[in-house]
Design a protein around this ligand. Structure first.
Ligand SMILES: Cc1cc2nc3c(=O)[nH]c(=O)nc-3n(C[C@H](O)[C@H](O)[C@H](O)COP(=O)(O)OP(=O)(O)OC[C@H]3O[C@@H](n4cnc5c(N)ncnc54)[C@H](O)[C@@H]3O)c2cc1C
Length: 442
């Protein structure tokens, strides 16, 4: 490790002293060892982990927006998941449980406001009661701490207004603002010497032209419209645009990202007393989404949702956000037709409930009957980067991709970081950092 650090630090000095010229005549900055594309929680957590491991390396995060955490990281339920749902032994299960512990330690050390308010997963009928036992079993196998089965009569001890037939209580589930956490990771990164370039939308990767013939020290040029950054290696964590970034280095178009909006309703302030903990339904195993739930926010608001409707733009936070390029790409993607065909009815129901939101309140009343449609109003929305394979199957695993040739072999793409990736972010960061160390021999 010491040897590697010495070499990288020598080459860093040499590389940053060289004079680089960008293609297309854009302005070049000095050279980096690693550039991370995407200032969401995965990019920032991994950048932090990498600079902690390699303090002598020169690193930068580039983000297309003018603030960090602008997309999925800043538009989610804000739940710290305990890891109950995921298949035992899977990466999702392992990284979530590990991420939960690391996150709470980090919040406490860094005074990040959070609350361990717990969560009830509530069964409403006989069929769901059977699933409660399966879920409890999964959670136990995943080492989720302190899970309890709650019988019908005891549900109100955990959430006084909640009704159901049987439930699971998870005391370690919590709430936090993941955008605040992401920005704290970014601050740590900067304090350790990392740099962050906002308003830097990556439009391609090219081979660097070095005017004095030493381009192998930082052979890749990370291009925006007006600038370029020379670097040795690149990691992309581009969320809703991850497939586009992968294609830029010659990777396969699959898995494609299809945007699914998750809309929330807000409980009126005078009804906030109706909900003090996270209340979740039994998830439908066909979908990776956890179902519409009650979520108290760290601000004191109560959010109800999110649903899942196809968005007409990758960053389409309302029905009126339509992006022609995104729509054309979706229209040309056979996998999406297959998905729509398979889930035609549930898909239509979600759309109808999205437009006539009092219908969605009916689902919520099963859990807290006192909530009426007069007690809610439309709230914010987030857009999930849902990865789909060629057959229209929902990809539920992490997907990493590289490429070949002089550029592709130096780039790692994180193409799918599915929920609960915010909770798992510190564990995912360690996982990606191990991979970067192994693949690129840092
Ligand atoms: C509705 C919803 C609810 C969720 N609820 C939870 C929850 O309660 N708990 C939980 O743990 N997880 C939750 N998740 C999942 C979690 O929010 C995401 O998995 C996580 O935020 C993904 O982080 P990311 O960094 O991969 O993506 P993002 O946060 O989307 O970040 C990607 C970044 O890349 C940037 N970028 C893209 N293209 C380029 C480019 N060409 N050049 C430069 N920058 C670029 C984007 O601007 C963006 O900032 C939820 C997600 C959604 C959508």
């Amino acid at each position: 490790m010491m040897k590697t650090n010495l070499i990288t630090s020598l080459s860093k000095r040499t590389a940053s002293q060289l004079h680089y010229t960008c293609r297309h005549g854009s302005t070049a900055s000095s050279a980096y060892d690693l550039v991370i594309v995407g200032g969401g929680i995965i990019g920032c957590a991994t950048a932090r982990e990498m600079i902690m491991r390699h303090p002598n390396m020169k690193m930068a995060i580039v983000e297309k927006e003018n603030v960090l955490a602008m997309h999925q990281t800043g538009h989610n339920s804000g739940v710290v998941h305990a890891g109950i749902y995921y298949t035992p032994g899977s990466m999702k299960a392992k990284l979530c449980v590990e991420g939960l512990k690391l996150s709470y330690e980090y919040f406490c050390k860094n005074n990040i406001p959070h609350k361990k308010i717990g969560k009830l997963i509530v069964a409403q009928n006989l069929n769901q009661i059977k699933k409660i036992d399966d879920l409890f079993d999964r959670g136990t196998k995943n080492n989720v701490p302190d899970l309890e089965i709650v019988e019908k009569d005891c549900i109100s001890k955990y959430e006084p207004k909640c009704k159901g037939e049987k439930a699971i209580w998870s005391p370690w589930t919590g709430i936090v603002d993941w955008a605040v956490v992401c920005k704290a990771f970014a601050e740590d990164f900067k304090k350790m010497g990392g740099e962050i370039f906002l308003n830097f939308e990556v439009i391609g990767f090219t081979e660097m032209m070095e005017s004095k013939g030493e381009s192998q020290l930082a052979p890749i040029s990370v291009q925006s419209k007006t600038r370029c950054i020379p670097t040795k290696y690149v990691l992309t964590c581009a969320g809703l645009h991850s497939d586009r970034l992968a294609v830029m280095t010659g990777c396969d178009l699959s898995p494609r990202i299809v945007p699914f909006r998750g809309e929330y309703l807000l409980l009126n302030d005078n009804k906030r007393h109706l909900c003090t903990t996270n209340v979740y339904p039994i998830p439908d195993p066909r979908f990776p989404f956890l179902g519409v739930h009650f979520t108290p926010r760290i601000t004191g608001e109560i959010w109800l949702g999110p649903n899942a409707v196809l968005a007409f733009a990758r960053e389409g936070y309302s029905w009126f956000d339509i992006n022609i390029r995104d729509c054309i790409e979706m229209a040309k993607f056979p996998g999406l037709y297959k998905l729509c065909f398979r889930y035609f009815l549930p898909g239509c129901m979600e759309m109808i409930k999205s437009i006539f939101y009092p219908l969605a309140v009916k689902d919520l009343q099963k859990f807290i009957p006192e909530v009426s449609y007069r007690d809610v109003r439309r709230g914010p929305a987030g857009v999930r980067a849902q990865a789909l394979d060629k057959d229209g199957k929902l990809v539920d695993d992490f997907v990493f991709d590289g490429g070949t040739g002089s550029i592709g072999s130096r780039v790692l793409h994180c193409r799918n970081a599915p929920s609960p990736a915010a909770t798992s972010s510190m564990a995912i960061a360690k996982f990606i950092a191990d991979k970067l160390d192994r693949d690129f021999k840092f």
